[in-house]
Design a protein around this ligand. Structure first.
Ligand code: HEM
Ligand code: CU
Length: 537
């Protein structure tokens, strides 16, 4: 095994008390770790809420929660998972840590702004939590805050909306920072055609963050104004238009799906060539498809509104556009599979999670087509089919990519390895639990069980029981995975600089990387997937 590395940025400069050295650090790697820890903590709380939701649904009739508590539970679950875990997760944690390292830079373009992003994120999270215990009690609108309900319910919706507004700002600032960094701080020789695919995906994501998030910001402020001074913009009782709200909300929130999934695809594009020992098939197509997904994906928001009362022409156009997004997404999947083809594949934990991503995300994508074509959507709209579908996309997709990234980059960040056998077992349990949990939701949804209700008809019980048992299997797997990773980063075997023999630039410095990344800007001489050149800039 490699000899002991020093503790790099983890231990640098003890000028102030240890905690301050972290929460006021402007080092992108430390900020990335702050994100990693906070995002991880919110994920676990979100999982806990999910388990409670599932426990209520184990059998018909009231089980553990009243209807009102159930509404609060799934609202909080949705808000935490979407705004505190899945949107900031990969860009905030792995983007922050890896972006400068992968392009040979010292830091991001605006280190202080970067720290501000994290602080805003924490402030927003704190306010979201406060909304549970103050005002009229926990918000019960669902994470979509649909009017007119959200402008009328006495629960503490205003504070939750303010939280969303502030977290949105954090997201915009991260986007601005990343775009500037990628344009301005690439090392000599790191031209656009040598940019790692993870960087391409962050670049596309950053533009969506910058362009789409302000729409959400304005929209939630308008709902707050409506609640507080009776504005009458959305609420039909005051002459407003609830459909307008839905347009504005989904103009952000559909592109937000790409804020979630593009960085995930970037992670997968890093892992698959390394563990197939082959350069990526179709580098340019994968890079271009990230940008194409970001662009086309911004035009399809109306597919959430097929049953809201849009014109038939609008329905037709949104349905068609939705199908168009499938093309660049499929380009990626085909290119990954072509990279695997005749590769010398090694099934280490990062690769297992990456392969599970491809499988689960494909199921998510294909069921998305059922929702994207208006006629079939009429049948399954707002049923558990939708819940099954989006968990396959967001959890099976982005969640699994997050886990893949953890297993891939943890040895770089902490300089230590985790136990490979335990990681593999945890992966298997998670995979089985996941499918037990979500596949029955699609079946029960096809049969007509609606979502967002705390109760259901007795003949749905069998599949719901399977689903709830699946949630416990999944939770056991997650627990095992996190314990293994935690023990690995604490006292695992030393990893060396480049345990996977990857060719991207972040593997050149020591693990953990030194505070200043590269002592002078490296001269880049080869592409990110020229695997024979591994270890050289
Ligand atoms: C152990 C893990 C999880 C379990 C057991 C779980 C379970 C559930 C269930 C049963 C619902 C449906 C509530 C209803 O419609 O009545 C739901 C909704 C939801 N889940 Fe999860 N989930 C889990 C993880 C995740 C993850 C990782 C994400 C995000 C990446 C996520 C995002 C959402 C969202 C956005 C909703 C919609 C909430 C709403 O309707 O307002 N969940 N979850
Ligand atoms: Cu959508």
């Amino acid at each position: 095994m490699a000899k002991q590395n020093d503790r790099g940025f983890l231990q640098a400069s003890n000028r102030q008390p240890l905690l301050f050295d972290w929460i006021f650090s402007v080092d992108h790697k430390r900020i990335g770790l702050l994100y990693l820890y906070s995002v991880g903590a919110f994920f676990l709380s979100g999982v806990l809420l999910g388990l409670l939701i599932r426990l209520e649904l184990i059998a018909p009739g009231p089980t553990i929660a009243t209807a009102q508590t159930y509404n609060a539970l799934f609202t909080l679950h949705g808000v935490v998972m979407i705004f505190l875990f899945i949107i900031p997760g990969i860009p905030g944690a792995f983007g922050n840590i890896m972006l400068p390292l992968q392009i040979g830079a010292q830091d991001v373009a605006f280190p202080r702004l970067n720290l501000l992003s994290w602080w805003l994120y924490i402030l927003g999270a704190f306010m979201a939590l406060t909304s549970l215990f103050s005002g009229g009690g926990p918000p019960d609108t669902g994470w979509t805050f649909y009017v007119p309900f959200s402008s009328e319910t006495p629960t503490n919706v205003s504070l939750a909306l303010l939280a969303v507004f502030i977290i949105g700002f954090s997201s915009i600032l991260t986007g601005v920072n990343f775009v500037t960094t990628i344009h301005r701080l690439r090392s000599p020789g790191m031209h656009w055609g040598r940019l790692p695919l993870f960087i391409w995906s962050l670049y596309a994501t950053a533009w969506v963050q910058i362009l789409a998030t302000p729409v959400l910001g304005i929209t939630v402020v308008l709902v707050m104004v409506e609640r507080i001074i009776g504005f009458g913009l959305f609420d039909p009782a005051r002459g407003g238009d609830p459909i307008l709200y839905q347009h504005l909300f989904w103009i952000y929130s559909h592109p937000a799906v790409y804020i979630m999934v593009l960085p995930a695809m970037g992670v997968i594009s890093e892992i698959i060539p390394v563990f197939s020992r082959k350069p990526t098939f179709g580098y340019k197509a994968i890079a271009a498809s990230s940008v194409a997904i970001a662009a086309a994906g911004s035009l399809v928001w109306g597919h959430h509104m097929f049953v809201s009362g849009m014109s038939d022409t609008a329905i037709l156009i949104f349905s068609l556009l939705t199908f168009l997004v499938a093309i660049p997404s499929a380009v990626k999947v085909f290119n990954w599979v072509a990279t695997l083809y005749r590769g010398s594949i090694s099934l280490e934990p990062p690769m297992l999670f990456a392969l599970a991503f491809v499988f689960l995300f494909s199921i998510g994508g294909l069921t998305g087509l059922i929702l994207g074509s208006a006629s079939t959507d009429m049948h399954v709209h707002d049923t558990h089919f939708v819940v099954g579908h989006f968990h396959y996309v967001m959890f099976g997709g982005t969640g699994f990519a997050f886990f893949a990234a953890l297993h891939y980059w943890l040895p770089k960040i902490f300089g230590r390895l985790y136990n490979m056998k335990i990681a593999t077992v945890a992966w298997a349990i998670i995979f089985v639990g996941f499918n037990l949990l979500y596949f029955p939701m699609m079946l029960v949804g096809l049969r007509g069980m609606p979502r967002r209700y705390y109760d259901y008809l007795p003949h749905f019980q069998g599949l719901n029981m399977v689903s709830t048992i699946g949630s416990w299997v999944l939770a056991i797997g997650l627990l095992l995975m996190f314990i293994n990773l935690y023990r690995g980063m604490r006292r695992g075997a030393f990893a060396g600089n480049n345990p996977w023999q990857a060719a991207t630039l972040e593997w050149v410095p020591t693990s953990p990387p030194p505070e200043e990344n590269f002592s002078h800007p490296p001269q880049v001489t080869h592409g990110p997937y020229d695997l024979e050149q591994a270890g050289k800039p």
